[in-house]
Write a protein that binds this ligand. Sequence first.
Ligand code: GLP
Length: 248
Amino acid sequence: MKIVITKSKQEASLYVAEKLMNVLASKEHPTLGLATGGTPKGVYAELINAYTKNETSFHHAVTFNLDEYLGLDLNNKQGYAYYMQENLFKYVNFNPDNIHIPNGKASNPEKECQRYHELIKAHNDIDIQLLGIGTNGHIGFNEPSDQFYLATHITTLDEQTRKSNARYFDSLEAVPKRAITMGVGEIMDSREVVLLALGEAKQDIMEKLLNSKTVDPKLPASVLHLHRNLTVVMDEAAAKKYNKKVRT
Ligand code: GLP
């Protein structure tokens, strides 16, 4: 694991955006694993900025998003399909046919999970997976559990997750209770993983994760300790407690 601590959020976002751009430049059909939430917004802003300066292109890339709420369709403002359009896709030159997000409105969600899993495999897995982290240690929507789920699956959201994400909805009741998420198997099969954590709200979970001595499905992100090509990027605020701990 490589750990990078930056002075600011912007520096961290630029560092991660450059990693994605390196992969974009390195392959004929790179597959990007994309994340949502507040954390990657700065990364997407840097990618848009680089695209407008002709420093990168997305015409040849394939994307797989980590997750989507069950019951929200493409036009729902709280859905991740909408988020991706608004924060990245509409500003750059992806081929719409190459953009993949689980369909939260699928009539048969189990079948949708299977379809998504097979699509990732048919693309020979993901070249670089961007991850945020929940305050409970979730990655994608792989919530604390007694076991790791390997493939894309339907997950019941943790109450802590619903509360954290309620800020994007009108009320806590409006936050869906279930979602479709990529599994830890598909995440771990990615050739490179970048975990980005920003801000003080992430200092406790990052301290817990980076000092964890075991791989424990109750702390889903702990599985990343087993990945051979993982970079953890934090701003100083997110790294505050971790730093303190290693100094003493
Ligand atoms: C969301 C997403 C995750 C994301 C996490 C953190 O619910 N499913 O992929 O990493 O929670 O969100 P934020 O970046 O807003 O803190």
